[in-house]
Design a protein around this ligand. Structure first.
Ligand SMILES: *Cc1c(COP(=O)(O)O)cnc(C)c1O
Length: 480
């Protein structure tokens, strides 16, 4: 429709044909010095597309009555801005100052350096992923972590898939497809992001047998529910909520005994799962995978990127025969993990062989155990810097705040932390504008709104210099 023949439609769209004619052609813009740089940086094709797009916009602006046509240089500058915006990925690094260390929406665990190096090596070169270097024959992908997982958990055998939701789906499908799966009503949880236990069970082909009540389930409820159709008894760690008061649940050990007496496996979905006793690092205790295995569960499932501090993965450990059956399920192939993550997982698990140095090496643990005094000192140091960056419309003060682990681990236990509270002297709209400006930075800063203030919890701020540099991108004059 850029054709300017005298057709009535063209006349309608182009109320000012003279100005439309002033607009440069694509090839004219491509000849400007800036466009040459553009083509060098992004490629001639991408540069041409971008110039066409900004020309289209200019045409529309003129048709809408814009007072003047952009110059050739203006168009090249607009094309550059467009290409730069496109190449600025939303997946770029940001500062997680939300106070939630394992934030699912911000990607959960950060990897240890050893895991990052292993992942990079796996990306760059071929590796013996499913190849046995000793025999020169086909090998198994799981072999790279099976031994480590068994050592760390005390289980007979182990396998892994894409994530813990996949692990639960695969294990249930293997143990209870077309059969009954018994679970307490108090454990039919929703984790968020559409992971609801009853739905997963149904998709796994299991017939859900709910027993007990929301707050109380007894051993006799489990015993009464077992039939010849029972494929599995399921126990789920109610990761993200707690029922308090008049409650009763059957512990895994007793449940394993009940399951064993009727010849049915017990599956225990731990959710976060941890490979070490966190009390050792001064944190609240969370049941370890080793304990869950020792309690007698035939299958234990847990996540790779929650407390374990590795990449996304779902681990399945337990009895050899059950793991073999899981490995023989064709669904396993559909849920398998890629080589990059596998390399990172192996490197992460290796760190657990040296618990003394784990808090130094594993970022998740390092952030969780960061002492309050250190964070508070950092807050005092940064308060004037942030105050200068956000401008006079806002007040900035150090504050005490509470971090949480996140991803369903220990939902009621918070960690004393230090941060900055930013308040607006011109109402909440200004504060929302500030929060948006922080999110729009080259390296976005994400805090949390609480009691009319914007809290920046500094627990997870490790690169202070980069944070200060990022704040330079704020235009405090535009924020009032
Ligand atoms: C988090 C969680 C899951 C899902 O794990 P992903 O690794 O996110 O797939 C399943 N069960 C429980 C109890 C959980 O806490």
């Amino acid at each position: 429709m850029s054709d300017q023949s005298a057709s009535p439609a063209a006349a309608l769209e182009a109320p000012n044909p003279a100005r439309l004619r002033d607009l440069a052609s694509v090839s004219a813009v491509l000849k400007t010095p800036l466009a040459t740089t553009l083509a060098d940086r992004f490629g001639r094709q991408a540069a041409t597309y971008a110039i066409r797009a900004v020309l289209d916009e200019a045409r529309q602006a003129i048709a809408g009555g814009a007072p003047s046509a952009p110059t050739t240089e203006d168009l090249a500058i607009a094309a550059l801005a467009r290409l730069e915006a496109q190449s600025r990925s939303e997946l770029r690094p940001l500062f997680n100052l939300t106070g939630t260390v394992l934030h699912t929406n911000l990607g959960r665990a950060l990897l240890a350096e050893a895991a990052i190096e292993a992942a990079i090596a796996a990306m760059r070169d071929p590796m013996a992923l499913e190849y046995d270097l000793r025999s020169g024959r086909r090998g198994e992908r799981d072999d790279h972590v099976r031994g480590l997982l068994c050592d760390l958990t005390g289980a007979e055998d182990a396998t892994l898939v894409n994530n813990n939701a996949g692990a639960v789906l695969l294990a249930l499908n293997t143990l209870a497809d077309g059969r009954e799966a018994i679970v307490s009503r108090g454990e039919l949880i929703e984790i968020g992001g559409a992971f609801r236990m009853p739905d997963i069970m149904q998709r796994a082909g299991a017939r859900l047998v709910e027993i007990g009540t929301t707050n109380r389930t007894h051993a006799k409820d489990y015993r009464a529910a077992v039939t010849p159709e029972t494929g599995v008894i399921l126990k789920v760690h109610t990761s993200n909520y707690r029922i308090q008061g008049f409650t009763a649940e059957v512990g895994a050990e007793e449940l394993a005994a009940i399951a064993g007496s009727v010849g049915v496996p017990l599956m225990h979905d731990l959710g976060s799962g941890t490979l070490v006793d966190l009390a050792r690092y001064g944190l609240q205790r969370e049941p370890t995978v080793r304990e869950a295995v020792a309690e007698g569960a035939g299958i234990v499932t847990f996540s790779g990127d929650k407390l374990l501090g590795g990449p996304q993965a779902g681990f399945i450990v337990g009895d050899k025969a059950l793991i073999s059956a899981i490995n023989a399920n064709p669904m396993k192939r559909a849920l398998r993990i890629d080589k990059v993550r596998l390399a990172a997982i192996a490197a992460t698990l290796e760190l657990y062989g040296d618990p003394d140095r784990l808090a130094e090496r594993l970022p998740t643990l390092r952030l969780l155990v960061r002492p309050y005094a250190e964070i508070a000192t950092q807050a005092a140091r940064l308060a004037p810097v942030v105050a200068r960056a956000v401008g006079v419309v806002f007040s900035v003060a150090p504050c005490e705040c509470h971090s949480q682990i996140g991803s369903g681990a220990l939902p009621l236990d918070t960690l004393a932390s230090g941060g900055l509270v930013i308040r607006s002297r011109r109402g909440t709209r200004a504060l929302e504008r500030l929060a948006a400006a922080l999110r729009a930075l080259d390296r976005p800063v994400i805090g949390r709104m609480e009691n009319g203030g914007l809290i920046l919890d500094l627990r997870c701020l490790t690169d202070e210099a980069a944070f200060v540099a990022s704040l330079c991108g704020l235009d405090s004059h535009a924020l009032g």
